[in-house]
Design a protein around this ligand. Structure first.
Ligand code: PLP
Length: 307
């Protein structure tokens, strides 16, 4: 169960957690058009707290809204300020931030008409998404029987609530079959991403990740591409098949929630040595240093706030 905070920011007001409710005829509840973000804030080593890549998340929030023709009735600056305000009022040193814009009630047809666009920002404490052990030892995954969206069926670059029906189905299938997460292939059969994470493979110290086709352009993916290149690794954005993944030396998922999670087994095939690989762990370690403010080279990615 999610741990309650004091307040939720709702259409410009901070309201008590239990009063942040909507009508059952909320358009989004019926047809799934909402856009959202998942952002993390961390307690830094110097005792301060900071949001990681706030600007990029807020920009993507507005880009997602544009893709689904939703006019968010606040500016980027207002949303950024509201995120920091919500963190402060909830006295959250470290955790997760969930902005969501959705279509309110009014018209009930498929066309949302003049229904209001409503915005919430919720925050809560959240540890490792796939568990602490997953971060150290790696996870077991299976190829999903569900295919990732075609780029002309859904707006795959946008973080849209309705897109997630596909993710929820794949995740439930994987968990029911005893796996930690699902691997999704695109409509051509190439490796795409997981249910809410991007994927990288490592072969002979070279990194490969699928290009921005059917995948969501993850900010963690971008962070790791930048970081790996800065560390001297070759990184290519190129399509690859599941058998290339089976034969990889290392593989990992990444995302704001999952951070950098090693993959130790895919479809019963052991990846590399069957544990978190050395390049994966080096990147994970550097990633954690950056988000905790221990690598000043990337201090520009942190927005600190006072509690
Ligand atoms: C959010 C998300 C990711 C990861 O993106 P980050 O910006 O790194 O958190 C990957 N895939 C999907 C489908 C997502 O929704």
């Amino acid at each position: 169960m999610v741990q309650k905070a004091d307040k939720i920011w709702f259409d410009g007001q901070l309201v008590p957690w239990d009063e942040a409710n909507v009508h059952v005829l909320t358009h989004t509840l019926h047809y799934g058009v909402a856009v959202f973000e998942g952002i993390r804030c961390y307690k830094c080593t110097d005792g301060s707290s900071a949001v990681f890549r706030l600007k990029e998340h807020v920009d993507r929030f507005f880009d997602s809204a544009k893709a689904v023709e939703m006019n968010i009735p606040f500016t980027r600056e207002e949303i950024s300020a509201a995120i920091l305000e919500t963190l402060k009022v909830n006295r959250l040193e470290q955790g997760y931030i969930r902005p969501l814009a959705f279509i309110g009630d009014g018209a009930m047809g498929v066309h949302p008409g003049d229904n209001p666009i409503r915005v919430i920002i919720a925050t809560w404490p959240w540890g490792a998404y796939l568990g602490e052990e997953a971060l150290q030892k790696g996870i077991r995954i299976r190829t999903s029987s569900f295919t990732r969206h075609h780029v002309n069926v859904m707006m795959t670059k946008a973080k849209v609530a309705g897109n997630y029906v596909n993710s929820v189905l794949a995740k439930m299938e994987a968990v029911a079959d005893g796996y930690d997460e699902a691997l999704m292939l695109d409509v051509d059969g190439y490796v795409s991403e997981a249910t809410g994470e991007n994927i990288f493979i490592v072969k002979k110290s070279k990194l490969k990740t699928p290009p921005l086709g059917s995948i969501l352009g993850g900010i963690t993916r971008d962070t790791l591409i930048t970081l790996a290149r800065d560390m001297g690794y070759d990184v290519v954005e190129q399509r690859f098949t599941r058998d290339e993944l089976y034969a990889a030396d290392e593989a990992f998922f990444c995302g704001t929630a999952a951070e950098v999670t090693p993959i130790r087994e895919v479809d019963r095939r052991v990846i590399g040595a069957g544990k978190a690989g050395p390049v994966t762990m080096l990147l994970q370690n550097e990633y954690f240093k950056i988000v905790h403010g221990e690598n000043l080279k990337y201090a520009g990615w942190l927005t600190s706030y006072e509690l």
